[in-house]
Design a protein around this ligand. Structure first.
Ligand code: HEC
Ligand code: HEC
Ligand code: HEC
Ligand code: HEC
Length: 134
């Protein structure tokens, strides 16, 4: 009995280690530019490199840690995999809310942009959402 338990624990530990390594080895490097689509006013071009000065290597400023309600499959997984147009339970934060509130006065992207003293970071709808971003 005891030996069986030891073997089972060892197998479980190996399985966890293997899946963990497989999961977090992928999707580590930040892509240059990603275009987020869906809003009727047009897509939003997000440039990791342009944000390097503001956030450094702190990826978790935006790519938050895995949460129990919907655990992450990879490190830095796409926001849009989990935050969808309409939030379906157990999710509460819909696509828009992951980035900003309805009037774009607050939220992950806006809070920081509003503080940018150089005023290079956009806060107006049309400075992020552009029809040409397809
Ligand atoms: C200021 C916010 C922000 C920061 C900081 C940030 N990212 Fe991102 N990242 C995004 C957004 C937004 C996307 C697009 C997500 C989507 O398409 O749903 C993205 C996408 C990605 C993707 C593509 C995921 C996929 O499967 O296509 C990877 C990989 C990634 N980021 C890695 C990183 C790494 C590594 C860092 C740190 C060096 C980093 N990111 C820092 C906002 C950020
Ligand atoms: C693997 C799924 C998953 C991915 C990928 C993901 N999130 Fe989340 N996010 C969650 C869950 C689960 C919550 C907590 C429940 C809720 O608010 O819906 C959450 C909550 C949030 C919140 C609400 C505040 C908070 O921290 O509770 C914001 C803002 C947010 N995410 C932004 C983002 C952004 C931006 C990205 C991409 C850079 C992202 N999320 C990627 C699952 C995910
Ligand atoms: C920690 C601060 C911070 C956060 C968080 C942040 N930004 Fe920025 N963003 C900046 C700064 C600073 C600039 C100005 C960069 C420059 O041009 O020097 C900028 C510029 C931009 C620009 C205009 C530059 C370009 O690519 O043409 C866009 C679009 C943008 N951010 C989108 C986003 C989105 C979308 C998010 C949320 C996923 C986000 N940002 C989150 C600080 C931030
Ligand atoms: C800092 C950049 C930024 C600014 C400023 C901004 N947005 Fe967004 N918004 C985003 C990103 C990124 C998304 C997620 C991608 C998408 O849905 O297009 C988003 C999503 C949305 C959505 C959800 C679309 C959907 O598919 O469900 C709406 C609606 C929206 N924004 C409206 C606005 C309005 C109205 C304003 C101005 C009051 C505004 N946004 C300002 C970046 C921005």
């Amino acid at each position: 009995m005891k030996r069986l338990t030891v073997v089972l624990v060892a197998i479980a530990a190996l399985a966890i280690a293997a899946s963990g390594a497989a999961v977090f080895a992928q999707a580590e490097k930040a892509p240059g530019v990603v275009i987020l689509k869906g809003a009727p006013m047009g897509g939003v071009k997000f440039d990791h490199a342009k944000h390097a000065k503001a956030v450094g290597d702190k990826c978790d400023t935006c790519h938050h840690a895995s949460k129990a309600e919907m655990p992450a499959k990879t490190a830095n997984q796409k926001c849009t995999d989990c935050h969808t147009k309409v939030a379906a339970a157990p999710m509460k934060t819909k696509l828009q809310a992951a980035f900003h509130d309805p009037m774009a006065k607050k939220g992950l992207c806006i809070d920081c942009h509003a503080k940018d003293e150089a005023k290079k970071a956009p806060v107006k709808c049309a400075d992020c959402h552009k029809k040409e971003n397809v």
